[in-house]
Design a binder for this molecule. Structure first.
Ligand SMILES: Cc1ncc(C[n+]2csc(CCOP(=O)(O)OP(=O)(O)O)c2C)c(N)n1
Length: 553
């Protein structure tokens, strides 16, 4: 058996189904070993697309998605997708090839020190130094990528090692069992303290982050908030932690300007931060005075941060912690203020409905999102790219199940949605998947339409076209009163998609928009819908919010 064959056996042992990547000369041996295995190698059109696919695979399944590149330029192309996974806490294992070990000490064709280059963007990485370490290195890469807080790891395999023959069978040629560590339950004293804080609170509020989604704490969270009637605000990446159909949901928080939901945080006298991730949403945004009493509930201790100094840190399995808190309050439910938050929910939900498109209206992103939400199943999946549409998706797309809305908000890289939709469709071919993006983000990875077509996956790619790097000009307009350097031109998106052999739409009226989105989303066929959008609604939102807050002061 050769090293590359053992390597692939180890991947099989980890339950890997797909490896997303690009071929190169230096990963040739691994590609042949993969070809002989049940694992499917998915040739992508850019390594960034491959890394985003592995990233979203990991985020949706909790098991590391795997991407593969050659050395040098293949590896540099992977970087954005790997960094995105690491900041979004998505488990991912990246594999890169390397030149032969006899040429790494001097300048050499396509040689870059990839291990050094990747080190700041992964939880852990290493080069395989000997055939005797393959099983340990692969096991460690998966274990570290998957345990909380999950993230990216990286393995380098040089071409001469890959083709080396292994010696006799022994403990180093047998893949190690892929056990998953169990997380400890919460500390009793910490739970006592959290319970008494809750008992003396009048208006407690939960901020649910992506950790609540990742470790399937949604069930316990849902029961807890229903039983004790505690409102929940989710971060962009925590969307779906509880269903937005629940009266306790106040939808998402995260805009850089003051949205309606902020009132709930301002009025809360205790914040339970559940699986909250500081990289996603800075605490000074919701705790500007650094004076909110906070209970930190997470797998790991809180980051040191002046605006996030919890009264108590309950560290351990999030679901167990919530279950334990619930049990402690059983039989003596706290007397929280009645009716303090339903008016806030009503305001938020009324605002979302107010964007519904009527006949003759120009299309807007929030208007189209209302249509998409109505068409999609409750457990369908919407993946957002990064831009204006991300903010609208976060605040205006009610989410009814965990992982029902995927937003990248750690690295927040444009270009994630289209490759992400490919991975999501592979994870569950029966699920409705819609990817929404701007014209900017779509063209960053639109070449993966070919990958999608070749794989035969089914999803709907929606392009909100404003011929602009919209979010940037929106911000510039708010701050400087004008925008510069953001205008872009575009191809004919419908013709472009059709040139890949993909069904494409460009609606011209509200009736057509509804009918075409309905057809695209329910036909279970790969499709592209270009929606030309009027962006003045962005300004309207800001003006409405300013007027509201003026009225409050
Ligand atoms: C890879 C990457 N480059 C640049 C940015 C900065 N950025 C954030 S949003 C944005 C504009 C997005 O434009 P578009 O995709 O058209 O979406 P829109 O804002 O118009 O909805 C840019 C350039 C980023 N987040 N990621």
């Amino acid at each position: 058996m050769r090293v590359s064959e053992l390597f692939v056996k180890c991947l099989e042992n980890e339950g890997v189904q797909y490896v997303f990547g690009l071929p190169g000369e230096e990963n040739e041996d691994l590609l042949f070993a993969l070809d002989a295995s049940p694992i499917r190698f998915v040739p992508c059109r850019h390594e960034q697309g491959a890394a985003f696919m592995a990233n979203i695979w990991g985020r949706l399944t909790g098991r590391a998605g795997v991407c593969l590149s050659t050395l040098g330029p293949g590896a540099t192309n992977l970087i954005t997708g790997i960094a995105d996974a690491n900041l979004d806490k998505a488990p991912l294992v990246a594999i890169t090839a390397q030149g032969g070990t006899t040429r790494l000490h001097h300048e050499s064709h396509q040689y870059l020190n990839i291990v050094e280059m990747f080190r700041p963007i992964v939880k852990w990485n290493t080069a395989i130094s000997s055939p005797r370490v393959v099983t340990e290195v692969v096991r460690k890469a998966f274990k570290v990528a998957e345990y909380e807080k999950s993230g990216a790891t990286h393995i380098e395999l040089s071409e001469d090692l890959a083709e080396m023959e292994l010696g006799a069978e022994d403990e180093h040629t047998r893949p190690l069992p892929p056990t998953r560590p169990r997380y400890p339950g919460p500390d009793r004293e910490a739970i006592d303290q959290a319970t008494s804080l809750l008992e003396s609170a009048h208006r407690p509020l939960i901020i649910a982050g992506n950790g609540a989604i990742r470790e399937l704490a949604s069930t316990q969270l849902t029961e807890f908030v229903r039983r004790y009637d505690i409102p929940v605000v989710s971060t962009f990446m925590g969307k779906g932690a509880i269903s937005d159909r629940m009266d306790q949901s106040l939808m998402a928080i995260g805009l850089s300007f003051k949205d309606y939901v902020v009132e709930a945080v301002e009025r809360a006298d205790l914040v339970l931060a559940v699986g909250y991730d500081i990289a996603e949403y800075a605490p000074q945004r919701w705790n500007p005075g650094a004076d909110k009493p906070i209970v930190h509930i997470d797998f790991v201790p809180a980051e040191v941060y002046a605006h996030y100094v919890p009264v108590v840190e309950v560290v351990g399995d999030i679901g167990d912690t919530i279950g334990e808190l619930s049990a402690r309050l059983e039989g003596r439910p706290p007397a929280f203020d009645a009716d303090w938050y339903p008016p806030i929910r009503r305001r938020i939900m009324d605002d979302i409905r107010s964007y519904a498109l009527g006949d003759g209206d120009l299309f807007t992103i929030p208007g189209a999102l209302c249509v998409i939400r109505e068409i999609m199943d409750d457990c369908g999946l919407l993946i957002s790219d990064v831009g204006t549409h991300k903010l609208w998706t976060a605040r205006n797309f009610p989410t009814y199940c965990a992982n029902g809305c995927i937003i990248s908000n750690g690295l927040a890289s444009m270009g994630v949605a289209l490759p992400g939709a490919i991975a999501a469709s592979l994870v569950d071919p029966e699920r409705q998947v819609v990817a929404v993006m701007g014209d900017g983000g779509f063209l960053m990875n639109s070449q993966e339409l070919e990958t999608a077509r070749r794989l035969g996956v089914n999803f709907t790619a929606v392009i909100f076209n404003d011929n602009d790097y919209g979010l940037i000009s929106w911000k510039q307009m708010m701050v400087k009163g004008r925008s510069v350097s953001t205008r872009i031109g575009n191809p004919d998106f419908k013709a472009y998609a059709e040139s890949f052999g993909i069904k494409a739409y460009r609606p011209g009226s509200t009736a057509e928009l509804k009918q075409q989105l309905q057809e695209a989303i329910t036909s279970r066929r790969l499709s592209v819908v270009e929606i030309p959008v009027d962006v003045r609604v962005n300004r309207t939102l800001v003006e409405n919010l300013r007027a509201y807050w003026r009225g409050q002061s």
